[in-house]
Design a protein around this ligand. Structure first.
Ligand code: SAM
Length: 277
């Protein structure tokens, strides 16, 4: 098998790993071991791939989303509920080139701090020129093992990151763990448009044009092939809502954006104002 084939296979394997809804009662040792090894493959692939595409990541984001990605991020910040704790501490998990952190830090009245965590240091470095002042604190860290105590943040957000987790449920539980009671988690990610017609047009763009443009601009052979595959394996919006509830969040709700190509979900850690504990 050629090096190109091996890389492509690795990207496709990575895209499918970590999305499963976990084992049922069976939980056989064999399938658990297989899950663990595909999780290792996915984590390694995702970290390396984002490190490699960091220099062109922002440009391709703007280009491939027709510059709509800023609007999606603003919508996600709108539902974070930071106004209840303007001096609080917030987590931007999978912070990448810091767009979410910078957007929050620039909101009028925000006087808190943002821990911007990502395991690909090159992504954080690529975004550092956008940061002004001391509100944003980049940290190289895995979202599945956050260097934060239980109940330590006033809100958490993750944009286009959950899809890349080696174990989605473990990642959601970890994010829920660090929230203070009543604090909100916001998840912004790609989704599958509910309309069959829109989905059809979108698939042509997403599976044919996007990988081509992505490859030419980034020079990366597999990253923009991994992207549509990872979305195909990601739970649709109602299923993601159920997964967030299973991770321990209450009052989970979501909005679909731009004909359903992305969705923003939010929910809160129970324990305040009668939310089920
Ligand atoms: C598609 S980018 C999104 C970046 C940024 N949030 C944005 O909105 O542009 C996904 C980021 O998640 C990071 N990532 C994926 N899995 C991670 C994990 N388990 N821990 C920390 N970072 C992770 C990648 O390194 C990458 O920077």
């Amino acid at each position: 098998m050629s090096a190109v084939d091996t890389e492509r296979r690795e990207a496709l394997e990575a895209a499918g790993a970590g999305a499963g809804a976990g084992h049922g009662e069976a939980g056989e040792a064999g399938s658990r071991a297989a899950d663990e090894s595909s999780a290792v493959v996915k984590r390694r692939y995702v970290r390396r791939m984002f490190s490699e595409i960091a220099p062109t990541y922002d440009l391709l984001n703007r280009l491939l989303s027709f510059n709509i990605d800023g609007r999606w991020r603003r919508r996600a910040i709108d539902v974070l509920g930071w106004e209840r704790h303007p001096r609080g501490m917030f987590l931007d998990a999978c912070a990448g080139t810091l767009d979410m952190s910078v957007e929050l830090s620039r909101r009028a009245g925000f006087a808190g701090t943002i821990v911007a965590a990502d395991f690909a240091e090159a992504m954080l470095r690529a975004g550092r020129t956008k940061v002004r002042g001391g509100a944003v604190r980049p940290v190289v860290a895995d979202a599945l093992q956050l260097p934060l105590g239980d109940g330590s943040v006033d809100g958490a957000m993750v944009a286009f990151g959950v899809r890349n987790f080696a174990d989605i449920d473990a990642g959601l539980r970890e994010l829920a763990r660090v929230l203070k009671p009543g604090a909100r988690l916001v998840v912004l990610d790609c989704s599958s448009p509910p309309s069959r017609l829109v989905r059809g047009v979108y698939q042509v763009y997403f599976r044919q044009l996007l990988p081509l443009v992505g490859r030419v601009v980034s020079g990366h052979r597999t990253a923009y092939r991994y992207l549509p595959e990872s979305v195909a394996h990601f739970p649709p919006a109602p299923a993601l809502k159920a997964r967030l509830e299973r991770a321990g969040l209450a009052r989970v709700t979501y909005d679909t954006l731009t004909l359903g190509v992305t969705a923003v979900h939010w929910g809160e850690r129970p324990g305040v104002d009668g939310a089920a504990a």
